[in-house]
Design a protein around this ligand. Structure first.
Ligand code: HEC
Ligand code: HEC
Length: 251
């Protein structure tokens, strides 16, 4: 009996150690998915850099400070701090998984970058192909703006207003000195990675978005607000009645 318990404990210890090791090494497959979503747009599929403008020109040298660098970013460059502590989307585990993927670039065992999920059969409104545009948007813009431009609920990752001058902002980028994050210039004419035809396809995808106007959004929110109020009044009522019952209960 004692032997069995000992054996069971040993097995658990071994499993525990294996899990701890796996965590320390990170999960390269998961890292590849995070990389494809957030990093590829500027650094290219294997950190080889992508275009001449400074946002796209940094090749990644894998070294020991990888996690710290990605967590903190580099001040006054397009490389923002990606950790939750710096207003980004990643926790410690995510950073370790990203490093695990970057480490595979020096081996023969590169996990494939997962293909993004793309909406299908989008109707063309005006020029360009929205279906090609959807894949281009998700690969190039989705990391910062979300797969349908809805933003990411983080200060550095704003929603896209489809009624703004999207093409100009995308071609030239936006450097806002007050903002944490900069919008890189994507047009090849400005040193970016995308030709005019690809930009046109991205615009065709953006045209398929339906965003509620400010008024519609307010109307949509109102019932929720009213519901909350009714709930609060309800809770208040229950407390009052409950209180009354309790105080009247004979000792
Ligand atoms: C908007 C473009 C952009 C995005 C997106 C981006 N980076 Fe960077 N990254 C840069 C630039 C530009 C630099 C160079 C900063 C400098 O001048 O030192 C850089 C530098 C780095 C470095 C240091 C390079 C070296 O070896 O010296 C690492 C590592 C890195 N990025 C990893 C990542 C990872 C991982 C992601 C995704 C979570 C990411 N980057 C997303 C633009 C970007
Ligand atoms: C590295 C993150 C990043 C990537 C990648 C990125 N953007 Fe942006 N984008 C931003 C930020 C940050 C702003 C806000 C800049 C500001 O005003 O301070 C912005 C602003 C914009 C704006 C103007 C603001 C508005 O109200 O609509 C448009 C349009 C836009 N982005 C489109 C795109 C498109 C299209 C792509 C892909 C081709 C893209 N972005 C890729 C970060 C990014």
């Amino acid at each position: 009996m004692a032997n069995r318990v000992l054996a069971a404990v040993l097995v658990l210890v071994v499993i525990g150690a294996a899990v701890a090791l796996a965590q320390e090494d990170g999960n390269a497959v998961r890292g590849a998915a995070l990389y494809a979503e957030y990093c590829l747009a500027c650094h290219g599929p294997q950190g080889e850099a992508r275009a001449s403008q400074e946002a796209f020109a940094a090749a990644i040298q894998y070294d020991v400070s990888f996690e710290a660098l990605v967590a903190e970013g580099v001040v006054d460059t397009y490389m923002i701090g990606w950790s939750e502590a710096n207003g980004g989307p990643f926790d410690e585990g995510d950073l370790v998984d990203l490093r695990a993927y970057a480490q595979t670039w020096h081996t023969d065992e590169l996990p494939p970058l997962p293909a993004p999920e793309v909406p299908e059969d989008l109707p063309a409104i005006g020029s360009g192909d929205p279906n090609l545009g959807a894949a281009l948007f998700i690969a190039n813009c989705g990391g910062c703006h979300g797969p349908a431009g809805e933003g990411r609920d983080l200060a550095a990752f704003p929603a896209i207003d489809p009624d703004a001058d999207v093409l100009t902002a995308t071609r030239r980028g936006v450097v806002n000195l007050l903002a944490v994050n900069r919008m890189p210039p994507f047009a090849q004419a400005n040193g970016g990675p995308l030709g005019e035809e690809n930009l046109e396809n991205i615009m065709a995808y953006i045209r398929t978005w339906e965003r509620p106007t400010a008024l519609e959004a307010a109307a949509e929110e109102a019932p929720e607000g009213a519901g909350m109020l009714i709930l609060l009044i309800g809770i208040g009522g229950v407390l009052l009645v409950g209180g009354a019952v309790l105080t009247r209960r004979p000792g």
